[in-house]
Design a protein around this ligand. Structure first.
Ligand code: PMP
Length: 454
């Protein structure tokens, strides 16, 4: 791109654009990186600099950018049908995608409801669960339980079950009442209470049991990010918690809502994180990787039992009154179908197994660095914390913005390592190779050395 156009775009970005999750004042003296091209695991800026997209462009990209089969699927679908309304009408891409999703998700999820982003997939699940209990005459079951540090999106319902103070506390006056329980964060339970992973899990499950014991009549559902609390700090917890939670939800007649928006589609090394615990949630939310990270689309899957509670004459008001203009967009559905075909044809889940083992093994090496601790991960996700005092688990003062410095220095090294506070992590696309991992970790180490954090 020529310099004149580049400078004009950068200036107009500052003049006209308001970016998400961004303190725009930070960009008074600093430019947003102007990306011109995305291919495979790389992004390229307007000057031709190459960056490793180690966060899969906000955890969405699956098979690498600009995948030829995805491009062809868009072209093919565009030549047939762009968008139609999804009430009174249906179409082949949505029907075939629903059939496939029912086939590959945990047994017992039978119905697919479309929306267009992760937050709305969660909103749909909350509303379905609430309305289900209403139809059963259990009006008092109208509250939800969530984990400390959970993140389920930015719409008001999703924020009501969000546990990240930084993002959510400002909106508190707008939110509906929900119950928060402790996160089964193994690192925290070990540091603060000296508990083993198993002890932490049983303590956290006991807390849930106590709440259910007292409030089951008020609780519609428990919403959870299975295995990885992502935006809350890449907290990885054991599958045994999910198994125990499924049992408790069954025992107390409470819906288990699995928010697999971030972790679905192979990121944890299995197609869905729930597969690690071999459980079926009552409602399951998917987005991000659903379209290989290319088109906005999401789904909420439900059991037949929940669906049946809405199945009646129109006059009984059992209709689920929810939908969006772009519900079931044919282009997005066609892309999602092609994504699933790529998973199957290329045996993606089998192929990534050695890569995930290698990533987790190599990440452990950072444990030796002076200011790095709490290494954890699963599948293609791995994270570490930058700590001032590693032995005591004490962080740097937040105004030092250490994670942000790592990010800025990373850019100079051709690395996109967007931090969560002082947690730095990789969330790799499933196309990443051993060689990519070697290069990424070498660059990450160089950045930490340059900032005297190693
Ligand atoms: N749930 C989880 C677990 C997420 O990580 C996110 C997004 N990061 C969302 C929901 C919200 O998705 P979206 O940004 O597409 O609304």
């Amino acid at each position: 791109m020529n310099n004149q156009l580049k400078n004009k775009l950068i200036k107009n970005d500052r003049d006209y654009v308001w970016h998400p999750f961004t303190q725009m004042k930070d960009y008074e003296n600093q430019d947003h990186v102007l990306i011109e091209k995305a291919k495979g695991i790389y992004l390229y800026d307007a000057d031709g600099n190459q960056y490793y997209d180690t966060v899969s462009s906000w955890w969405v990209n699956v098979h690498g950018h600009s995948h030829p089969r995805i491009r062809a699927a868009i072209d093919q679908q565009m030549s047939e049908m762009d968008h139609i309304m999804f009430s009174g009408f249906t179409h082949r891409p949505a029907v075939e995608l629903s059939e496939k999703l029912v086939e590959i998700t945990p047994d017992g999820l039978n119905k697919v409801f479309f929306s267009d982003n992760g937050s709305t997939a969660v909103e749909v699940a909350l509303k379905m669960s609430f309305q289900y209990w209403l139809h059963l005459g259990k009006k008092s079951k109208n509250k939800f339980v969530y984990l400390d540090n959970s993140y389920h999106g930015d719409t008001i319902g999703a924020v009501s079950v969000g546990g990240v103070e930084l993002f959510h506390s400002v909106f508190k006056p707008l939110l509906f009442q929900s119950y928060k329980v402790s996160s089964p964060n193994p690192y925290l339970w070990s540091k603060q209470h000296g508990l083993s992973e198993d002890e932490a899990v049983s303590q956290c499950l006991q807390e849930v049991r106590t709440l259910f014991e007292e409030k089951a009549d008020e609780i519609a559902g428990f919403v959870i990010e299975p295995l990885v609390q992502a935006a809350g700090g890449m907290i990885v917890y054991p599958a045994s918690y999910l198994i125990g939670l499924r049992q408790l939800c069954d025992e107390y007649d409470i819906h288990l809502i699995a928010d697999e928006v971030a972790v679905g589609f192979g990121r944890t090394g299995r197609m869905f994180a729930c597969n690690h615990a071999d459980i079926t949630p009552d409602l399951m939310c998917l987005s991000k990787g659903l379209t290989a990270g290319v088109m906005p689309l999401s789904v909420t899957l439900s059991t037949q039992k929940i669906y049946d509670a809405f199945y009646d004459e129109y006059e009984t008001f059992k209709t689920f009154f929810h939908g969006h203009s772009f519900t079931g967009n044919p282009l997005a559905c066609a892309v999602a179908l092609e994504n699933l075909r790529i998973f199957k044809d290329d045996k993606v889940i089998e192929k990534i197994q050695p890569i995930t083992t290698y990533l987790q093994h190599r990440f452990r090496e950072f444990e030796d660095l002076q200011h790095i601790g709490n290494i954890r991960g699963i599948g293609m996700i791995a994270a570490m914390d930058i700590l001032e005092d590693k032995a005591k688990g004490i962080s740097f003062a937040s105004n030092k913005r250490t994670g942000y410095q790592v990010y800025l220095t990373g850019l100079k090294h051709g690395l996109i390592m967007r931090p969560l506070g002082d947690t730095i992590y990789v969330w790799l696309p499933l196309c990443a190779t051993i060689q990519d991992i070697d290069h990424i970790l070498k660059k990450a180490k160089d950045v930490l050395i340059e900032l005297k954090l190693a």
